[in-house]
Design a protein around this ligand. Structure first.
Ligand code: F6R
Length: 240
């Protein structure tokens, strides 16, 4: 695991954008795994600002996760968020974005179907990740199997509280989601994990330096041969 400590979120996001842009230049038809949440937002903005320096028209994107129980057009549905923050700023069509199906009648098959779509696309070349204050990646909460694949999960009250800032009223945060599993994430060829701010310091240290354990799902990145972690000084504070 390569850990890059930037002075602040803006610098970290610029470094991360260089990595993503290099991936697109090396493989113009690459498959990107895209996280939502606040951590990658500055990276996505930076990438859009640099879009004349590479040709993104051939890439495909796979969402890391999606809420169950809100319409795909809800402004906080991850499909809508990714269209707004990642796809449109890069000039990409919605057809290049895959998101797990969350309609009630699809839930039984959604995991298997999503895994198949990833496989059919040739696998994810670069997976962008954030980390939850409880150590989750995707919505794989503590206790998730390190071999898990895409499936329906229940959000913990901690994660619902963390995400309440995006919802009005705050308690309307969905209870369920579909998320790539930890095993799915580990199949990506390169992982790029972003963590900014002191609220992430404990989880980040546990993920990078602690034992590999289902209690800290992000610790599974230690099992992956090609990981880049980009943090700011605040998030790096608990590292040894
Ligand atoms: C987002 C996701 C989550 C977030 C994590 C951190 O698609 O799967 O794991 O990456 O909750 O969220 P932020 O970046 O908002 O602190």
């Amino acid at each position: 695991t390569e850990v890059v400590i930037a002075s602040d979120e803006a610098e970290g996001s610029r470094l991360a954008a260089l990595i993503v842009a290099a991936q697109i230049r090396t493989k113009p038809n690459c498959v990107l795994g895209v996280a939502t949440g606040s951590s990658p937002l500055a990276l996505y903005e930076e990438l859009a600002a640099q879009k004349r320096t590479f040709d993104a028209s051939g890439i495909r994107a796979f969402a890391l996760d999606e809420y169950v129980g809100i319409a795909p057009t809800h402004p906080q549905a991850y499909r809508a968020v990714l269209l707004r923050t990642f796809m449109r700023p890069l000039g990409l069509n919605e057809s290049a974005l895959s998101v797990p199906a969350v309609e009630p009648f699809t839930l039984e098959r959604t995991g298997v179907d999503y895994e198949q779509r990833i496989t059919d696309a040739g696998g994810i070349d670069l997976q962008i990740l954030g980390i939850g204050t409880d150590g989750h990646i995707g919505f794989n909460e503590p206790g998730s199997s390190l071999a898990s694949l895409t499936r329906v999960k229940t959000l913990t009250s901690q994660t619902r509280a963390d995400n309440a800032r995006f919802f009005d009223p705050p308690d309307s945060v969905p209870v369920h989601c579909v998320t790539q599993g930890i095993g799915t994430i580990l199949r990506a060829k390169h992982l790029l994990l972003l963590a900014f701010g002191e609220t992430k310091a404990r989880a980040l240290a546990a993920a990078v330096e602690g034992p590999v354990t289902a209690s800290v799902p992000a610790s599974a990145i230690q099992l992956h041969p090609h990981v880049t972690v980009v943090v700011d000084e605040a998030a790096a504070r608990e590292l040894l």
